[in-house]
Design a protein around this ligand. Structure first.
Ligand code: 5AD
Ligand code: SF4
Length: 347
């Protein structure tokens, strides 16, 4: 198992030429193919709404950004997109939105989850990515049929977290939420941004070790990309955009070596920095992609960062797994069987 120093050595090696990382990427791909297989799993991404009560200093849809047209998909739009996903053979959909905690919102999600389950004969897997909620809310959504949840920690270092968020955004709360999600039975995904202002390769090494300690089932991480006008956009990162892309690929590869059987997403932010960014992510050890199924009319409004690609993804050339399998995290399956074995032992 790699220790912090080894991780720092690899992450801190000179940046500039992707070819330097060829061996690292090849090893990660070999490990992936041996553990979770060589298929790319698809999740249809539906961006339900860009309304958000949070005000993260890096994000384009932060509540303080008054220049955004706020939208909310109707139930009909959400159900039409999920039905499309189901009929096209997707195993699962991801429902993502800015954070809202009011009853109207949490009730609506619960109902939507139930409707998606029934329209797909219980076949479509549902991943939620809806921010920090009360444990009770996570429980209700789980009972309604959601089984995975994505909640990025953004930065595992408490100091760095504090620098990229307003004072009333609490990292502890987020950690508590990750704990609740796990206890409620979800497969849990988290992740970080790579190349943030103030961030060092030491921070990134610690992020990887944090994922390992938390024993996550899924990970989505991508390069940080300035959004003009946000408070953080005026602060320089020590990494250029090209370097962030390369670092993100190193992070994917190292995580695959550290946690061979988890699901790792090749994220849209990679694509924003490179026309073949998502392919590069897969070639560095990722195994999940999330084509955007949000109706085109509002897609331009869900802009977390600059230059976010809007076009549909070209899937030619990918070894896509489209067999109505949920593409569940192998890690989660082994986590469950370990838990069962230990309850057996305790009996
Ligand atoms: N650059 C890259 N990623 C961003 N996110 C938000 N703003 C940015 C940005 N400027 C990411 C966060 C969030 C996810 C939905 O999008 O990690 O969790
Ligand atoms: Fe809201 Fe997420 Fe953007 Fe923060 S990163 S402002 S929680 S959408």
């Amino acid at each position: 198992m790699m220790d912090r120093e080894e991780l720092i050595t690899i992450l801190g090696a000179p940046l500039g030429d992707l070819a330097t990382d060829r061996e690292l990427f090849a090893e990660a791909v070999e490990v992936r193919n041996r553990t979770v297989g060589d298929k790319v799993y698809l999740r249809g991404l539906i961006e339900l709404s860009n309304r958000c009560r949070k005000n993260c200093l890096y994000c384009g849809i932060r509540s303080g950004n008054k220049g955004v047209d706020r939208y909310e998909l109707t139930d009909e739009q959400v159900l039409a997109a999920t039905e499309y996903a189901w009929r096209s053979g997707y195993g699962s959909v991801v429902i993502q939105a800015g954070e809202r905690t009011d009853d109207a919102f949490t009730d609506r999600i619960e109902l939507l989850v139930r409707q998606i389950k029934s329209l797909s004969n219980n076949e479509l897997g549902i991943t939620l990515s809806l921010g920090e909620q009360e444990r009770e809310v996570y429980r209700r959504w789980f009972r309604a049929g959601a089984h995975r949840y994505l909640l990025r920690i953004e930065a595992s270092s408490p100091k760095l977290y504090a620098k990229i968020h307003p004072a009333d955004h609490s990292q502890k709360k987020r950690l508590d939420c990750l704990g609740f999600l796990k206890e409620e039975g979800y497969q849990v995904g988290t992740g970080v941004m790579i190349g943030l202002p103030y961030q060092t390769v030491g921070n990134l090494a610690d992020d990887l070790l944090f994922f390992k300690t938390l024993d996550i089932d899924m990970c989505g991480m991508g390069p940080y990309i300035e959004y003009p006008g946000t408070p953080l956009s005026g602060v320089r990162s020590i990494f250029t955009r090209d370097e962030r892309l390369q670092l993100a690929l190193r992070m994917i590869a190292l995580l695959r070596l550290l946690m061979p059987d988890i699901n790792i997403a090749s994220t849209t932010a990679l694509h924003a920095l490179h026309p073949r960014g998502r392919e590069l992510g897969i070639a560095a050890g990722a195994n999940v992609m999330m084509p955007n199924l949000t109706p085109a009319a509002v897609r331009g409004n869900y802009k977390l960062y600059d230059n976010k690609p809007l076009q549909d993804m070209d899937l030619r050339g990918f070894n896509v797994a489209l067999e109505n399998a949920w593409g569940d995290s192998h890690h989660f399956a082994s986590r469950l069987s370990k838990a069962r074995a230990s309850t057996e032992r305790r009996k």
